[in-house]
Design a protein around this ligand. Structure first.
Ligand code: IPM
Ligand code: MG
Length: 372
């Protein structure tokens, strides 16, 4: 398959983890006979520095002309301490999502058996967790009008949703539930918010056309508690933009490290893939960032184009890195392996899933081949 992939590393650890994801996609290309082209573009603070905009026109054009986008992370310490900034690095990402109409953000959360001990949650609670969040990504409070009074003492952010915006992501989530364990939970705040009541009405109607999917509704505060107490009750979660952001960050903690979870942002014409985690500027260029979330985002890209064997091969290589403890310090508290070692190991193990036991792990990081 031929694929044009835009590479937007962004800020902080974004570029270095995306480099590892690109390396893994190249391994897929070589081993499965595909033809991928990778073209880099600027976004976020680095784009503001070099081009004066967090999302330059060139980047938008590149993304529109690509089959898929691999995105790293956005944000810097400088801007985190500058709430008054008129233009922020994050604006680049929000603008891109809207411009490409990437309305469905899919965040799969599956516990890795080899890493259950790494979770702050008890093993019995976390084991078997396998859920996916469908987060609406281009509307709601993120995109409603904002205002600040002249004297700076009153501010508003409007949360607005239309029936159409709700129903398109809802249909996607129900279809996913049908292919999974057949359960969908709408997470909202319908006892307080009018937008949540609209979500309930629209989604409850849609649920009727998916009779084989068990449908229930849950308030966000309750969902957040149950996510820590009993996460295995969830299969597909459907929710609005802001709740999905927060709930997925909570899931990051559940599975033991924020460096593990990938996501896909899907629109009608374009698709973007990238880790759930932030830009972690303190770790930039230290070779300590966990590349797994970025690499698994690359795997989701492959799955999006129906390359299921290739998806499986990447996931198998990631699991193998866990089993062999070829992991970054956020997982084992050890500094033996860096971002690049882990990326190399995973890339070199994306060979043939039947054949990936014949690997000499001792050679990792020593510049020698790891394939016997
Ligand atoms: C995410 C991030 C973004 C969001 C930020 C960087 C704007 O937290 O994708 O979860 O809030 O959507
Ligand atoms: Mg977030």
């Amino acid at each position: 398959m031929q694929l044009k992939i835009a590479i937007l590393g962004g800020d902080g650890i974004g570029p270095e983890v995306i480099t590892q994801a690109e390396k893994c996609l190249q391994a897929v290309e070589d081993n499965f006979g595909h033809d991928f082209t990778f073209t880099e573009g600027l976004i976020g603070a680095s784009a503001m520095e070099k081009m004066g905009s967090p999302i330059p026109e060139e980047t938008l054009e590149l993304c529109r002309a690509s089959d898929a986008i691999l995105f790293g992370a956005i944000g810097t310490e400088e801007y985190d301490n500058k709430p008054e900034a008129k233009v922020r690095p994050e604006d680049g990402l929000l603008y891109l999502r809207k411009a490409l109409d990437l309305f469905a953000n899919i965040r799969p959360i599956k516990v890795f058996p080899a890493l259950v001990h790494n979770s702050p949650i008890k093993k019995e609670v976390i084991s078997g967790t396998d859920l996916v969040i469908y987060r609406e990504l281009t509307s709601g409070i993120y995109y409603g009008g904002k205002s600040l009074s002249e004297d700076g003492t009153v501010a508003t952010d409007l949360c607005r949703y239309t029936e159409k915006e709700i129903s398109r992501v809802a249909h996607m989530a129900f279809k996913a539930a049908k292919k999974r364990r057949g359960k969908l939970t709408l997470v909202d705040k319908a006892h307080v918010l009018e937008t949540s009541r609209l979500w309930r009405r629209v989604v409850t109607n849609i649920a009727e056309s998916y009779p084989d999917v068990e449908f229930d509704c849950m308030y966000i505060d309750n969902a957040s508690m149950l996510m820590s107490l009993n996460p295995t009750i969830f299969d597909v979660i459907l929710t609005e933009n802001m709740f999905g952001d927060i709930l997925s960050a909570q899931c990051n903690v559940l599975i033991g490290s924020s460096g593990l979870l990938p996501s896909a942002s899907i629109g009608t014409e374009n698709a973007m893939f990238g880790p759930i985690h932030g830009s972690y500027p303190q770790a930039k260029d230290k070779d300590i960032a966990n590349p797994v979330a970025a690499i698994l985002s690359g795997a989701l890209l492959l799955e999006h184009f129906g390359l299921n064997e290739e998806f499986d091969a990447v996931v198998a290589a990631v699991h193998k890195s866990f089993r062999k403890n070829i992991v970054t310090m956020d997982i084992m508290g050890s500094t033996k392996y860096g971002t690049e070692n882990v990326g190399d190991f995973i890339a070199q193990n994306i060979v043939d899933t039947d054949d990936n036991l014949n690997i000499n792990d001792e050679n990792i990081g020593l510049g020698k081949s790891t394939i016997i």
